[in-house]
Design a protein around this ligand. Structure first.
Ligand code: C2E
Ligand code: CA
Ligand code: CA
Length: 558
């Protein structure tokens, strides 16, 4: 006997069967007769939602009206795909208004049955109220951390393989600030729903605090988790849109594995969090696997952070500036310098700016330290103007500083107090700043222009570069990153790239500085392609101011 024959031989009263079934669950049950478009809904469904009766003509559009506007499109997409014959399955999560006018999260699952010609006969399924389980985040519709703990504990008890991928959106507070919280919530929701659509069946996703999410991937090894991160990373590294607002929000990840790293849920989360934090420190938009060394590294970071704070409190003790010459390509004379921050730690060994600047940023100290840099570099520049009247000082500005409304008034005050003409100052901002902040910085750029302070786009070519960006860039100078200079004499792509950038920049009046020239051959190649300014170890490393004076400023107009 096939399944249908078995069912028919099992003679029961269909009404009693139905009644027993619908009364044995909290889920809502619906059956749509596709032939005449009437539906039978369970008693609790009529009780909780504004429907005309147990028999509902045209249930699909009526139900659609109750669904939150934001989610309605996804509901109809799923129905349309069934009607078009693309699928027979319906599985959609959405918020829907109940009789008390509250929006509750539900997941609606159903199956469409057709006759042999493919004509739809019956569409039936269940709607589960997720909110009643109390573990649903109302912004994203994802389960919350406590459900994650349950899932992981079940897997750990079974000694299953697998791991946790913790995700943190990069600079999310920034997205909130640029627009508003409603937009921020929409970004979280879009992220959660898109990422969920990438998940294999054995993986589930949870919302943790703020901008962090966890994915539990049963049966996965590290490579599978890294592959999953790669997919999410690819999605996040292209601009996305909500209500015609384009935004870019990258994501960092941290992975901890069941068994290998720990058999305890709380430790696994702690370890994944420390791997995530390491990703953020390494520059964000990447993923780190947990290792025990990360804990050591974390302790070192804490110690450095502590000492940095003391240095700042003690009047910038142990901070200094080094100056790296900028050479005019035509005359090969030094006509400027880039001021680079240095810091000496008493106990932790050498710590470079690539390590301590992100720490200053995350500790909220970059504003204060940045102002000191601006003042010191300006004082040095003023002193050097006696010897080199055209001298130009380049100062690095972190993206957090440029977003500070007090920055420009501060620069203006400092320059006028010192009596340093603003034409001698160039502010360096990274390429990524220009891309992600272009809109919010328009005003700042205009003010800088009015003050006659020039702008350089630093590290061009490392991130979001597009040549199109250059054409409309407010930068006066573009600094091509070291990446493209190394082996330029052997690598024809790099050579063509730099050539194209120089041509394009010159055509719109932007000067080009080539960074990181280390060898004679590189210098020769760069001189050949008509860069305006050259910087690199071949000419000089960054050096203390006295040495700079001795080497480059000992004769007037050197
Ligand atoms: P950056 O702005 O790209 O600065 C140039 C970096 O490249 C410097 O590293 C410099 O020493 C190095 N460099 C220059 N020529 C060569 C070369 O020929 N070969 C190689 N391998 N490297 C070369 P440094 O001083 O370690 O600074 C690292 C980064 O720290 C800077 O990169 C900048 O982003 C940041 N930084 C430094 N000082 C400040 C500051 O005062 N404020 C802010 N916000 N950031 C700063
Ligand atoms: Ca720089
Ligand atoms: Ca640079």
């Amino acid at each position: 006997m096939d399944k249908k024959e078995i069912f028919q031989s099992f003679s029961i009263d269909p009404y009693l069967f139905y009644d027993a079934l619908v009364n044995s669950t909290d889920d809502y049950i619906y059956i749509v007769n596709m032939a005449d478009d009437t539906s039978l809904v369970s008693d609790n469904m009529l009780r909780d939602f504004k429907l005309p009766g147990l028999l509902v003509p045209g249930l699909i559009p009526l139900w659609g009206e109750l669904i939150h506007e934001r989610d309605r499109g996804r509901y109809y997409d799923s129905i349309d795909r069934m009607m078009a014959g693309e699928t027979d399955e319906h599985n959609v999560e959405y918020q829907i208004r109940n009789r008390r006018n509250e929006y509750v999260w539900v997941v609606c699952r159903g199956l469409l049955k057709r006759n042999e010609n493919g004509t739809p006969l019956i569409f039936a399924g269940i709607v589960t109220n997720l909110g009643s389980r109390g573990k649903i985040d109302s912004i994203t519709g994802l389960s919350t951390a406590s459900a994650c703990a349950d899932t992981v504990n079940v897997l750990l008890n079974k000694q299953a393989a697998g791991g946790i991928l913790l995700l943190g959106l990069d600079d999310f507070s920034h997205i909130n600030k640029l627009n508003n919280h409603i937009f921020g919530d929409a970004v979280l929701r879009q992220f959660a729903q898109t990422v969920q659509s990438f998940l294999p069946l054995q993986a589930s996703m949870y919302r943790f605090d703020g901008d962090s999410f966890a994915i539990v991937y049963a049966g996965a090894d590290t490579d599978m988790l890294l592959d999953l991160y790669e997919k999410i990373h690819a999605y996040c590294n292209r601009p996305n849109q909500i209500d015609e607002i384009t935004y870019l929000c990258t994501v960092s990840g941290g992975i901890a594995m069941f068994g290998k790293d720990s058999d305890n849920y709380l430790d696994l989360i702690k370890f994944a969090a420390s791997a995530l934090e390491a990703s953020k420190h390494k520059g964000k938009n990447l993923c780190t696997l947990f290792t025990p060394e990360l804990i050591q590294e974390k302790l070192r970071q804490l110690a450095i952070g502590d000492q940095l704070q003391n240095s700042v409190l003690n009047g910038m003790e142990n901070f200094s500036l080094a100056y790296q010459p900028l050479t005019d390509a035509a005359s090969l004379k030094v006509n400027g310098a880039e001021a680079l921050l240095r810091w000496k730690s008493k106990t932790t060994g050498p710590v470079g700016p690539n390590e301590f600047i992100p720490l200053l940023e995350s500790m909220g100290l970059i504003g204060q330290v940045g102002r000191w840099v601006i003042r010191e570099a300006s004082k040095t520049c003023l002193r050097w103007l006696d010897r080199a009247p055209d001298f130009v000082m380049h100062i690095n500005i972190s993206y957090l500083q440029i977003l500070d409304e007090q920055l420009i008034p501060f620069i203006q005050e400092t320059l006028s107090e010192l009596g340093l003409p603003s034409g001698h100052i160039v502010l360096e901002l990274t390429e990524s700043c220009f891309v992600t902040e272009m809109k919010s910085l328009q005003d700042t750029f205009r003010q800088l222009r009015q003050l006659d302070i020039r702008l350089a786009m630093d590290d061009f070519g490392t991130g979001y570069s597009s040549l199109a960006l250059l054409a409309q860039s407010p930068a006066d100078i573009v600094k091509i990153d070291r990446l493209f200079i190394s082996s330029i004499h052997e690598n024809s792509f790099n050579r063509s790239f730099i050539n194209a950038v120089i041509q394009l920049c010159h055509s719109v009046g932007i000067k080009v500085c080539v960074e990181g020239v280390e060898k004679q051959e590189e210098l020769d190649a760069v001189l050949d392609i008509q860069a305006d300014t050259i910087q690199g170890f071949y000419i000089s490393r960054p050096i203390p101011s006295e040495e700079f004076e001795r080497l480059y400023l000992n004769e007037p107009n050197h």
